[in-house]
Ligand binder design. Sequence first.
Ligand code: ASP
Ligand code: MG
Length: 405
Amino acid sequence: MARIVMKFGGTSVADLDRIRNVAARVKREVDAGHEVAVVVSAMAGVTNQLVAWCQSLSPLHDAREYDAVVATGEQVTAGLTAIALQELGVEARSWQGWQIPLLTDGAHGKARIDRIEGAELIRRMQAGQVPVVAGFQGIGPDHRVTTLGRGGSDTSAVALAAALHAERCDIYTDVDGIYTTDPRIVAKARKLDRIAYEEMLELASVGAKVLQTRSVELAMKERVRVQVLSSFADTPGSLVVDEDEIVEKAAVAGIAYSREEAKLTVRRVPDRPGIAAAIFGPLAAAGINVDMIVQNIGADGLTDMTFTLPRADLPRARKVLDGVRAGIGFAELLADADVAKISVVGVGMRSHAGVANTMFRTLAEKGINIQVISTSEIKVSVLIGAEYTELAVRALHTAYGLDAA
Ligand code: ASP
Ligand code: MG
């Protein structure tokens, strides 16, 4: 007998039939003798609609009222799921954030969880009740409803699993697990039985959007074992766990890509102390997140500085740099939005040599030019022309032995 949290995303509760399906799945776990708490998202599309309504009335709407509106989506599904469970003879009760309470800070629209009072829920579960918790929401210091940022019900579920000392947090979604890469690009992508928190974080932040990044950070910090699985299939999913739980550490666990980057080159800047600060300081002040950076060798006391940033921030970054151009004294700004970032990720890299070299060799064999390189302890990323994205991901998938048999 275990205590588990089962979280269902928007597509899993998209209509009444699917909510019945969710209830049947929950009942199976209850019948197996487990103590179960359920966390639900809003029905697919509902949050988008609620956000759009706020925007239409006022683009700069009050964040407290935004939360009052968008938190309702999860309240509907929590109530409906409780009713569906009761219909199956399962004793269930819905819970909104304030009722638990799930306490957050006051950052309306993107609040962070401070604390969850788990005692009452644990008492009820031990007495055979199934709490059905509205995800994505909590209560702030101002005693008003708060929401946790888009995709936040994953974080609700992980935080609840930690507060309830659950053995596992099962996240039911529309994919049946975490894959070695995007199966839409590589038909031979393989589902991973296990993936380390750190690998998942790297893969999440570079484009594999299965779990909200913050939920993975929280799971890693609180040591919550997370399973990602489909509510439409009966196959086991992928476990996101501590790397100690992974016996065979492959050098590369997965390959991610992102087409949401752009490259900026500041041409012919004076090569002197303080120049990086003069370029990146104003960008940071404008809230622009710079990622890969290379500085070329200087000649005639001048150098080129190339870096990547989110493509959406490109116009703003140009404006910021044009504004400080006179002070810095560079010749020109070159922008290229036709780029893709390809990353290979694996905790096994810490002990395997040659991972980066395999990447460079593989891309060279395909005639793909590498524009920028960056590395961390468990990741190697390269920037290439966007048109080579698929070719690069497929070739690397094969080169690292990740192809399914
Ligand atoms: N319903 C919210 C959203 O769409 C929260 C979630 O589904 O995780 O962002
Ligand atoms: Mg989600």
